[in-house]
Design a protein around this ligand. Sequence first.
Ligand code: HEC
Length: 165
Amino acid sequence: MNNPMLILLNLLLFTGLAACEPTSTGTKAEKKPETSKIHTDIEANAQGESAAEKHEETAAPDLVNGQRQFSKCKVCHTIIKGGRHKVGPNLYGILGKPAASSEGFRYSSALKKADIVWDKATLDKWIQSPRNTVPGTSMSFIGIRDEKSRRDLLAYILKETAASD
Ligand code: HEC
């Protein structure tokens, strides 16, 4: 399950680095070591912690944008403690919970069977595309494609549910 994500991260990293490479100024002799450095980085990433992930943790998320993103979820979800279920379940304290475990909400059988624990990675995947993550889910939401917006939104959700620390 992690592999496609890693490949994607590496691809993003590669295109990112490639875009930073000097095009007109660098001679071929100068370029060579840079290119091999990129390969080394990518190999290192494939094995261990990726540089993109590190970056993700160090760059401060934009909570204002996170709140703006959450307006897309509000139609169907409350996030305050003890908030009522709407079309979707209350999301208070979602981090660390097994999927489909809120009392008093009728989940789809697809989500009940999904065997997911909500952490940053699974939430990110879910928000990107609920239907691709759990085919048959009753959450009719197309997903948020922009990686930064998802990260901001997640930071906002974790802050609001007091589960960020
Ligand atoms: C159109 C209504 C709707 C919108 C919009 C919506 N959701 Fe949902 N959400 C649902 C429903 C319905 C479920 C239950 C899905 C199931 O049982 O398959 C759900 C489930 C979830 C779950 C799993 C909860 C659990 O207890 O396991 C999370 C997390 C979640 N939504 C987050 C979000 C976020 C974040 C957004 C905004 C980006 C969002 N949702 C937008 C309707 C919605």
